[in-house]
Structure formats: C-alpha cells, structure tokens
Design a protein. Structure first.
Lengths: 218, 297
C-alpha cells in the first residue's frame, strides 16, 4: 500500500513540476517549495543519524573519558550557532577560522599536488613519438593540438598585453579552442538533461501508469 | 514576388514559433521509445573499456570501494552505472565496500542498489562479500582520514553494527587494502577522489559522472589520475554492453521490459538529439534568412 501511495505522490509531484513547461503556476511553486523543504529536512536527519550519532554520541556514551577529543570537535561545531546571539556572535568566527584554516590547508596541497602539477605535466608531452618503430602521426597531431591549445588559451587570458597583432591572432585562436570546449560541454549538458527527462518519463510510463495497468509491486 | 512573400511569412512564423511545441515534440520523442524500444546499437569507448578491464583483472581477494556520491536528481545517469558495476563485481566474486558521501539520498540509493542487485547473487553474504557502511558528512576531510583508518570514520555500518563484527572489514583498514575506488558522482566529490585521494594515496580511482561534468573529468583521465571514466548515460550504456557481452549470465534484469537501463535510455537520447539538431538547423536557417531580409531593407 505504501508503495502505491508513494508512487502516486511522486507522479503527481512530477506532473506539478512539468506543468511549468506550459507556464508558471501554483502547483509548480508548491512542488518546488516542498522539494526544497524535504531536502533540507532529510539532510539534517541524515547527518544526525549517520554522522553525529555514531561518530559523536555513541562513542561518548560508551567511553566518555577515552573520547574527550570529540567534545572539543563538538564544541567547535556548536560554537557556530553563537552567531544567532548578537552579544556573542563574534565567537562563531573562531570556529569558522578553524574550518577555513583546515580546508585551506587541504585545498592548497590538493590543488597543487592533484591539479597544477599533474595537469601541467600532461601538457609537456613529446611532439615526436614512435609507435611500433614508425613515426606516430596520430600522437604527433594530438600533442600538437594540446600544445598549441594550451598556449593559445593562456594568451587569451593574459590581459597585460593588448590583444592586437600577433598576440591578437593567437588570442583569437584561444577563443576558438574555448568555443570548442564550451560546445563539447554544452553537448554533454544536453545529454545530461535529456537523461533526467528520460528518468522521469520512464517513471511515469513504467512505474506509475504501468503499475496501474499491471498492478504495483508490493 | 509571391515566393518571396511566402518565404518572409515562413521566416516570421519560425521566429514566432511557440517553444511549447518543442517541449511537446521532445516529450513525444521521449515517451514513444520508452514504450516501444528501438534497440540502437551501443559502441564502446576506451575510458569505459579501461574500467571494465580493470575490474576484470581483479580477483575475489580484491576489494572495490564503491562510493555513492550522487542523489536522486541524477539517478537516471548514475543508477544504471551502480547496478552494472555491482553486478560485475558480484559475478566475479570481488568484495565490495559501499559508502555514501552525498548527503541528499546517497545512502538511500546505495541501499536501493544493493537491494536490487544482491538478491541476484544468493550465494553472496552480507558482511563477508559486501558491506554497506552508510553515509558520513564532511566528504573531503573524511576521504583523507580513510587513508589512515576507515574504522575511525565509519565506526558502524549502515545498520548500526560495529565494523569489528563484519568479517570483510576486519581486513580492510585503509586505502592500502582497497584495489580500486569507483566514485559515482553528481558533483565535485568525484574530482576529489582523483585529485586528492589518488594523488596522495595512489589508490586507483575511476569515476562514473553525470554527462554535465564529464568534460572536466577527461583532464584527470589523461593525466592518469583516473583509470577509467563513465560519462553520463552513454558511459553507463557502454558499461552495460561490455558486461552483457562478457557475462551473459547477468542479462536477466536487462531483458526485463519493465525495468529501466542505460541502453534503453540511449534510444531516447538518439531520438531527442535528432529533434534538437533539427530545431537548431531550422532556427539557424530562420535567423540567417531574416538577417538577409533585414540587410535588403
């Protein structure tokens, strides 16, 4: 029974959202607000049940003295809420400072070690390579496209020189590279959005109407 | 003179075309192939083949960590990936540790995927062949911490049972005990597996991402920070094709007409993309004709 009710609620809310394709209306706004509210509530409940309870409450209940470090972490988190009390709102900044410090440290290493160095390295490739003793024309063209593209796009984003003459021409080539990149991204975006439509339509056709015709699975 | 007038009328009507007709056509182009599947072929690409080959190279002693880093909004893309990868691992007897780092629905979708796939392999036992550790908040921080101690991050599994009671987790303590991480990601979490965890801990990483974010993942694939990539529904359909060709014994759920899979979804993609391309061509023709007319006036 719950399955039938759940399927019908989901189907009607899906139709509410789709109704925006015709024009804005109260059904769409209701479903939109409901989705935002349910998502937030779900997030809070999920974090309480799956993170705060097993990683903080239960360890403290089982071995309070052995897990005293958790009290420190919990206080840092709770301290964020002092921002709602004007007289002590400044205290929240202490917790924020710790979080910002931690994530800045993590991100600096991550960006340098995980992005800047490997991505830079990947552009420094041999233009001349061989495959099976033969000159690798495919590899050469690939390397050339990467090499020229990186330089051209970097020139496009180099604003200390006026984009005229040779610099302007290379910059123009950079724009072409960017446009090709945006085109690929847009094509993928269309595919992604159509996939979401397929998911919803499949639900309406097979789960909702199909369930109505065949009988809903228990 | 008359033909010029007709052309001007056509251009004008195209410029004033109500876009709701486009929505209707796309809707029909989506519903009809769902009801009457066409069965267009699926060709495979190297990034998908590489992930498939990696899992083929693993043995039943190996452990794959499958991270559900997506929510209900991208289930049509990431869901089929999860089912196919779970089926691939289970049919080869590879151990699977499931986690969820995406807050809105990651855990529920992990449970749903396991409930769908695990019963197809009745000989596999929870706790020995696979575990579901559930969801934890704070993705980036805990991903790093798992490099030292997974048990510290996940003291219990999704059911609340201590990890010490799960035989599989008695031999899995950090990334050194993991042969492959597969992140099914809707956002940036997949990137963190590549640029944080692979870079710092060296564990092989593959990502099944949404189509929207696929282009940026190719950069990590080219640097070797990822060993494979499933990009959107197309990537999922390729993996399903490889799985069915390599392991026909898992074909039953893919032959069920009432169940969605990525290969069926690609039928719809083909039809809808054709409609979109047609409208792009018509729209551009109308634009250039109207510009020429304006130049004449």
């Amino acid at each position: 029974m719950e399955n039938i009710i759940g399927t019908w609620i989901a189907a009607l809310l899906t139709l509410c959202i789709f109704s925006f394709l015709y024009r804005d209306n109260p059904f769409f706004r209701f479903a939109e607000a409901l989705f935002a509210g349910v998502s937030l509530g779900y997030y809070v409940g999920q974090t309480a049940d799956q993170t705060i309870k097993p990683n903080l409450v239960i360890p403290l209940m089982e071995d309070f003295v052995g897990n005293l470090d958790l009290i420190f972490a919990a206080l840092i988190g709770l301290n964020l809420y002092t921002r709602y009390v004007p007289k002590v709102a400044w205290m929240a900044r202490l917790s924020l400072a710790i979080y910002v410090g931690y994530y800045t440290g993590v991100n600096m290493v991550q960006k340098l070690h995980g992005e800047v160095l490997p991505q830079s390295g990947a552009t420094m490739i041999d233009l001349v390579s061989t495959a099976g003793g033969q000159f690798d024309w495919g590899g050469f063209l690939n390397a050339l496209v990467v090499f020229v593209g990186v330089l051209a796009v970097l020139v496009y984003f180099f604003f200390s020189l006026e984009h005229r003459g040779a610099v302007g021409k290379v910059s123009r080539l950079g724009v072409w590279y960017l446009m090709l990149g945006f085109g690929a991204a847009f094509g993928y975006t269309v595919m992604g959005r159509i996939s979401l439509l397929i998911g919803r339509m499949n639900f309406l056709v097979n789960d909702w109407i199909g369930g109505l015709l065949r009988g809903y699975p228990s | 003179m008359e033909s010029t007038g007709k052309r001007n009328g056509l251009v004008q009507s195209l410029r004033n075309f109500d876009r709701r007709w486009v929505f209707l056509l796309i809707g029909l182009g989506t519903i009809l192939p769902i009801i009457y599947p066409i069965g267009f072929g699926v060709s495979t690409t190297p990034p998908v083949q590489q992930l498939y080959d990696k899992i083929e190279s693993l043995t039943p002693d190996d452990v794959v960590m499958l991270s559900f880093d997506f929510g209900p909004t991208t289930v049509p893309e990431n869901g089929p990936m999860a089912s196919a990868i779970l089926r691939h691992c289970f049919t080869r007897g590879i151990k699977v540790v499931v986690i969820a780092l995406y807050p809105i629905g990651g855990r529920a979708l992990a449970v749903q995927a396991l409930n769908e796939v695990a019963p197809e392999f009745p000989h596999l036992r929870y706790g020995i062949d696979f575990v579901n550790l559930g969801y934890k908040d704070g993705a980036q921080a805990l991903m790093k911490q798992m490099g030292e101690d997974i048990h510290g991050v996940f003291p219990t599994d999704a059911n609340g049972d201590p990890l010490s009671q799960l035989p599989l987790m008695q031999r899995v303590h950090n990334y050194k005990d993991i042969s492959l991480v597969v992140s099914l990601a809707t956002g940036v979490i997949g990137e963190w597996w590549a640029n944080l965890i692979n870079s710092q801990f060296g564990v092989p990483v593959a990502v099944g991402c949404t189509a929207v974010s696929a282009p940026k993942y190719y950069a990590y694939l080219n640097t070797g920070q990822m060993i494979g990539l499933l990009g959107g529904l197309k990537g999922a359909s390729e993996y399903e094709r490889l799985l069915l060709d390599g392991h026909p014994s898992v074909s039953a759920p893919y032959n069920d007409p009432t169940r969605f899979n990525a290969m069926k979804g690609m039928d719809v993609q083909t039809i809808d993309h054709s409609i979109i391309i047609l409208f792009i061509v018509v729209g551009n023709v109308a634009y250039f004709l109207s510009r020429r007319r304006a130049a004449r006036v």
